[in-house]
Structures are given as C-alpha cells and as structure tokens.
Design a protein around this ligand. Structure first.
Ligand SMILES: [Zn+2]
Length: 327
C-alpha cells in the first residue's frame, strides 16, 4: 500500500463571462488543468513523482488570476495538455491499485471527484483519502485551524526547493511533511482529528460572539445559506426565527448577515461553509451581539454597498452575492 500525495491546479470561469453561464451536466468548482502527485511508500520514503497538464474542455479560457497564480499559460495547455480521459488513465495507472490519497486541504479530492463525474469516469479509486492538514495538526500543536503549506513547512524547518502553486511543487513539499508524520496513526485517529477541527474555533473569534453551532449535510451552498437565513435563523435569546437581511460574502467561504428578532433586536450572523468528505456542506454559525465590533464592521460594509444595491423593480446581480447554482 502506498500513499499518494496529490495536488492539483484548476481553472474557473471569469465571473460574468460566457463560460460562467454554462450549465454543465455536473456542477464543478473548477476544471482541473494540472495534476501533481508524489508517492510515499508504506515505510515513509518519498518515492516517484507524477505530473500531467490537462487541456480544459469546458472552461477553455484560462482565468487570468489562475494563470498568474500558477504560472501556466493558455498556450502551454494547448501545446502540452492532454485530454482529461488520457490524464486520468495515466494517473490511475501510475497510482496503482492499493493507494491512500493525502491532500493539503479538503478541496482537491472533492474537485477531482466532480471532474471525474463530469466526464463520466469511475471515481471509486479515489475514495480513500485524508486531509494531511488534520493529521499534521493532531501530531503537532493540536490546533484546529487549517494551516497553509508554507506555515507547516516552517514548523518542520523544511526548505522550499520547488515552486509554490505548481501542482507537483506543492505535492512534493506536502510529501516531505507527510513523510515525517505517523501516517498510520494519523489515519486511525483521523475521525477524531476532523471532529476537533469541525468543533474548533477557526482563527480568533471577535469579541461579542454569544453563540456557536455547527450544522451538517446540506446538499450545496445555496441550501446551506437558505437554512441559515430560514429555519435555522433562531434568536439566541428566545429561539424564534429571525428575519435576515442579506448575505455578504467574505474571504474563505464565509458570509455574514444581520438578522432581527421582533422582540430582541438585531444580531450579526457569521457563517463559514466547508465541504464534508461526502461532498455535502457543513456550516459553522456564529451569532454576535449587534453592538459588537463584528456587527459594526457589517454596518460599514452595508453602507459601502448601498449605492449598488438592487432597487425595487430592478434585477441587478451583485458579485458579492452568492452565485446562482444554475443560470
Ligand atoms: Zn428573540
């Protein structure tokens, strides 16, 4: 049995572009353009490497942010990229039969599965995987926050010898970290580690936070946010359903909204969405006093956004709002 450390780069349509309006048979968060992978043997030796570039089929124009971050040019994908089918066949053959995937973060496997489904390809062979961040945390400082690869490398005093934001470069550095972890124990204690991540506070909580709750198993982002402004939008004092105003997107799959209880007044709601291993969506929800610093930050945000806000009769779409699932 080998561990395969996997890292990928993916392309996303530019917001508002024709590609962004495409309705695909399977919804994907991004179309994979590069796969990098490094094998770690059972006795924790960093072994051979795999890399492939994939010519995008659905989002053909390379998002300039993706291009800038990864250093991959559209012309290079055209020249060196192979089809998804070809890339997956080669990758699967390289992996071998008995493998466990390790990724830095929860995103890569989800996106790999989405892409396999979009192409109608078998995804059963990627069902065994662990987010190495969780194992790293459990075996180092015990914290529940997701650390960047760079931070983890610094903690282990690993020098960067490969380029960052290159799939193989990131996979290689991740492999150096993973080779120093007790992966067997990490796998055994994984459930516990994920639970502590889910229940942990991520980053410093702002003062004025009065209540925190975790919700599970939403089909997608829209369903999750719908529940958060609907039936789960309960007043922390009386438990009655509050009235939301609107969600503002913040970095890191976070959203905030100011909700009102007819009797107890306003509360700031902050939610963070994350993917469960089964592809469903989990929500961490924080409720703040309306007088808190966080609520004041929301008020400033609303004020700034107001001139652009849709007026009655108009149907302007705002980029800060949740993108529609299908359009
Ligand atoms: Zn109330």
């Amino acid at each position: 049995m080998d561990y395969i450390v996997l890292d990928m780069e993916w392309n996303q349509p530019w917001p508002g572009s024709p590609s962004a309006r495409k309705v695909l048979p399977v919804q994907i968060r991004g179309e994979i353009i590069q796969i990098g992978a490094v094998r770690i043997t059972e006795d924790r030796h960093v072994a051979d490497e795999f890399q492939v570039l994939i010519k995008p089929k659905y989002y053909r124009r390379l998002n300039r942010r993706v291009s800038k971050l990864t250093g991959i040019k559209e012309s290079r994908l055209r020249e060196e990229g192979v089809s998804m089918e070809e890339a997956m066949a080669a990758f699967r053959a390289w992996c071998g039969e008995d493998v466990i995937f390790l990724t830095w973060g929860f995103d890569d496997i989800t996106i790999l599965r989405e892409n396999l489904m979009l192409y109608g390809l078998d995804d059963s062979w990627v069902s065994r995987w662990y987010n190495a961040q969780m194992i790293f945390n459990a075996q180092t400082d015990g914290s529940s926050a997701q650390k960047s690869l760079k931070t983890a490398m610094e903690m282990f005093e690993i020098e960067a010898t490969r380029p960052a934001h290159d799939a193989l470069g990131d996979a290689y550095h991740t492999a150096l970290i993973c080779a120093r972890l007790d992966l067997r124990r990490g796998a055994m204690e994984y459930e516990e580690a994920v639970k502590s991540h889910v229940n942990g506070f991520h980053g410093a909580e702002l003062p004025g936070c009065i209540c925190r709750k975790v919700f599970y198993d939403y089909a997608d982002k829209r369903a999750a946010l719908g529940a958060m402004s609907g039936e789960e939008n309960q007043c922390p004092t009386c438990g009655r359903q509050m009235l939301g105003s609107r969600w503002f997107a913040q970095p890191g799959h976070r959203y905030m909204d100011l909700a009102t209880c007819p009797e107890h007044g306003k509360f700031l709601i902050r939610v963070r969405l994350s993917d469960q291993p089964d592809g469903k969506v989990r929500v961490s929800r924080l409720t703040y006093e309306a007088t808190s610093e966080a609520a004041q930050a929301y008020a400033r945000r609303v004020e700034k956004a107001e001139p652009e806000a849709p007026r009655s009769g108009t149907r302007r779409r705002r980029r800060s709002r949740l993108p529609k699932k299908e359009e």
